[in-house]
Design a protein around this ligand. Sequence first.
Ligand code: PAP
Length: 338
Amino acid sequence: MVLTHYTKNHGEEAREGEKLSHESQELLLSLPKEKGWRTPYLYKYQGFWCQPMEIQATVSFQKHFLARDTDVVLATIPKSGTTWLKALAFAIVNRKRFPISNNHPLLSYNPHDLVPFFEYKLYANEQLPDLSNLSNLPQPRLFGTHVPFASLANPINKSSSRVVYLCRNPFDTFVSSWHYTNKIIPKTQAPMPIEDAFEMYCKGIVGFGPFWDHMLGYWKESIERPHKVLFLKYEDMKEDVSFHLKKLADFLGFPFSLEEERAGCVEKIAKLCSFENLKELEVNKAGKSIKNFENKNLFRKAEVGDWVNYLSPRMAEQLTKVMEEKLGDSGLSFKVLP
Ligand code: PAP
C-alpha cells in the first residue's frame, strides 16, 4: 500500500524518462526526506541530501566501479566550479594528444562531455555503463562527481587513483545554486524564493549537502593524505590561475616542462578554459551535455563576491554563523569578497 503511494509520487520525480528500480524505491522508503529545491523531495543517503536518481546512480557506482591506479576523480559540491575544473584537468593531461589549437576538443565539446560524471552519466541508468567503453577511455581516465568522499571511498581507495576537490565559498555557491535552480525548473513551476532556498541551505538541505560535511570530508582527507586528495579553492584559482594550474598539473603527474612554460603553455590552457572563452562557444550556448539541461546555464557570472547583490546583511550574518559553527577549528576558511 505504502509502496504504491510512494511509487506514484516517484513517477513524477523520475524525470527525463528515467526510471527508479524497485530496489531503489525500497531503499528510498527507508530514508529521511525533506522537500527538495526542484524535485518534490531530497533524501538523506549515507548522510547526504540527494535526489532519487542520484541515489540510485551512487548505489550502482559503489557496487560496480573498478578504479584504476591512473584514474583521476574531480569532485565538487554543485556550483563550485565543476565545469572549470573539468576543462583544466582535461586540457592538462591531454596536452600531448591535443595541443592547444583551433581544433582543441574543448572548443567543440562542453567539459561535461569530455569528463563524464559518475552519477549523471556513467551510472545514471539502471543498466550498467558499457564497461568495455569505460575500459577503453584514454589514460588517465578522468571522472567527475558530486558524491561526498566517504561515499566514494570504497571504490576509490582500492587503487592509487587521485582525487581533486574544488571548493568555493558558501555565499557564492548558494547564490549560484539558487540561480541555476530557477533557470532549470519547469516553466509551469513558480520560481523558488531566495529566502526559502537560503533557509534550506543553512540547514544543510541542498543537493549533496550539508555543504560543511561535503567540504570537510575532502578537506580532512587532503590533510591526512595529500598525495591522494588535492584541495583547491575557486577564489584562489580566480586570483592566480597559472599558479594553480601548475599545482594541478604537478599533482596529476603531468608537470609542465621548462620549455612548455617558456612557450606559454600554462597561459594558453588558462585562456582556453577561461569563463570568457567557454561561455562564448557555440556548444556552450546551445548544447545540452548533462541530461536535458542547457549548457548555457552553467555560465553565469563567475565572480567572487556576487552574493552581495542578493543576500541581505541579516542573511550574511546567519550564514557566517553557520560556517563558524560547522567549520569550527578545521582550518578551512574562505575569501568571500574580491
Ligand atoms: P555544476 O556543479 O552544476 O557542474 P559548476 O560548473 O560547478 O556547475 O558551477 C557553475 C558556476 O561556475 C557558475 O557560477 P556563477 O553562477 O557564480 O556565475 C559559472 O559561471 C561558473 N563557471 C563556469 N565556467 C567557469 C570557468 N571556466 N571559470 C570560472 N567559473 C566558471
